[in-house]
Design a protein around this ligand. Structure first.
Ligand code: BG6
Length: 487
């Protein structure tokens, strides 16, 4: 049994989209089964789909079965969960169509009201305006905004301003689901609960840092969305920047939401701008061509869905410098791509060599310490130490041994990140959500690169599906005498 159960009205706008069925409904189903949501709660699926209550329940059940682990679905549990489900038709930009939603909410006695906007950001303003028009925003209401918020700083500002006309900043939860991942939060524990990490975490000891988020999947039927955004806007501006902030930030004075966000914003403001002059040597963009993954042939990006022309990147790699005392001279290499060799997300902290090595190691180079924080496919934290080979050889031989730091996760569910974040919204805890200035600072930094790319200052490279990106990405790191960590 868990703390106090919460009775909430959770309204999902864009409820018949992929995210809702794949992530949000399963997360709410688990929260309900784990007693975090009260039986009086309502999950209101708002969409432009006209559907009866029976059809809605039937479809929700089918999708749950499709998207959650089979052992976690139970007929009995669904019988109880379905009582929370409601479907309402709304045409987001037609104010008159919100009447049914109003009727339903007026009947509800739940104090807690959460609107989850899982639509294109172009509807955020209209939805908030109509919620306000129909008197559906209470002081305790919260609104969750899915990323990416806008396509650049200007559009992000416009969208944020529209939402801020009806909700206060404290009521706005800008979600980045990477912050809900257990390992990502564990970065805070690793860095700020372990004294031994403190003196090591800077340019005196760290040579460089790598952040990789590689996916083996392609755009999975989301071509219409993805082609407008690409790897930089879909992944780097948000997920990878957030990971970079957590690794690079100074210790916050408490775990309080604003203390953490203040430190993250300072990192974003310290990012050295990539200029038109150096964009070609610090960034790589590429698109995948046909190849094979796990022995299965896969078509190229331009071969799917009848598409033949696009300049959208499916891979991006950047060398990022942070201009502050801690990170002076320590590059962060970050990369993300679709249709890569395998699903693998990791942060690699590569330490410097010892100042003077006394070991000959039979002429073999002695490697230096490395801390690898793996987010996916399995969570782990591994510290590589150098150890003596336990043999009788005349000259001492050394080898790398791995120290596993992570205890197995108890909550092994596909939607764990969304569960945690939805529960945080229910509990009114914004710590793991992005504040306005974070989103804007990230866009500001990324915008210069995107503009230079649009002006073709960086050639679009190709890479074969099933590989780790184009050779230019290897070069980006190799020209500094380093290489990407590949297992
Ligand atoms: C989403 C992106 O935010 O994150 C997708 O829009 C991407 O394109 C997904 O596939 C990756 O999330 P995860 O948790 O599977 O790494």
């Amino acid at each position: 049994m868990n703390e106090i159960k919460n009775s909430s009205d959770i309204i999902i706008f864009g409820a018949y989209g992929d995210l809702s069925f794949r992530k949000l409904i399963p997360a709410l189903y688990h929260l309900f089964n784990d007693d975090y949501l009260d039986a009086d709660s309502k999950i209101i699926s708002v969409s432009r789909q006209k559907t009866s209550q029976e059809e809605h329940i039937k479809l929700t059940k089918e999708k749950l079965i499709e998207f959650i682990e089979p052992e976690l679905f139970s007929e009995d549990a669904f019988e109880k969960f379905k009582k929370l489900l409601h479907a309402v038709y709304v045409d987001f930009s037609d104010n008159d169509t919100y009447k049914d939603l109003k009727k339903l909410l007026d009947k509800s006695t739940n104090e807690d009201r959460i609107s989850y906007l899982s639509t294109s950001p172009s509807f955020f303003g209209d939805i908030c305006k109509s919620l306000n028009h129909w008197g559906l925003i209470k002081p305790s209401s919260r609104v969750v905004l899915e990323k990416p918020i806008g396509r650049d700083l200007e559009s992000a500002r416009e969208i944020n301003n529209q939402v801020l006309s009806y909700f206060t900043e404290n009521q706005i939860y800008r979600i980045d689901h990477y912050l809900g991942k257990n390992t990502v939060q564990n970065i805070l524990a690793l860095r700020f609960a372990n004294r031994i990490m403190m003196p090591l975490w800077d340019s005196t000891n760290i040579d460089h840092i790598q952040i990789t988020v590689a996916e083996s999947v392609g755009v999975e039927g989301r071509w219409g969305y993805y082609d407008q955004f690409g790897a930089m806007r879909d992944m780097i501006q948000n997920h990878l920047m957030q990971l970079l902030c957590l690794i690079a930030m100074e210790p916050p004075c408490s775990l309080d939401a604003n203390s953490i966000r203040d430190e993250k914003v300072k990192v974003l403001r310290s990012l050295r701008p990539i200029t038109r002059e150096n964009v070609a040597s610090n960034t790589v963009r590429a698109q995948y061509e046909k190849g094979s993954i796990n022995g299965q042939p896969v078509p190229g990006y331009l071969e799917g869905d009848g598409v033949s022309e696009s300049t959208t990147e499916t891979f991006a790699a950047l060398k990022v410098d942070i201009d502050n005392w801690r990170w002076n001279g320590v590059p962060f290499y970050i990369r993300s791509g679709k249709r890569m060799q395998k699903r693998n997300s990791e942060i690699v902290i590569q330490f410097k060599n010892v100042p003077h090595s006394i070991f000959q190691n039979n002429g073999e180079p002695v490697s230096s310490n490395r801390l690898v924080i793996t987010l996916q496919p399995e969570e782990s934290i591994t510290l590589s130490l150098i150890n003596k080979v336990p043999d009788l050889s005349k000259n001492m031989r050394l080898e790398e041994v791995d120290l596993e730091l992570m205890t197995p996760c108890t909550l092994k569910r596909k939607n764990e990140a969304y569960e945690r974040l939805l529960l945080d919204v229910i509990r009114s805890n914004p710590t793991l959500f992005m504040r306005l200035d974070e989103v804007e600072s990230a866009w500001k930094w990324v915008d210069t690169i995107l503009e230079a790319w649009e002006d073709n200052l960086v050639p679009m490279k190709k890479y074969t599906a099933g590989t780790n990106g184009p050779s230019a990405s290897i070069q980006l790191v190799a020209k500094d005498g380093r290489d990407w960590h590949e297992e």
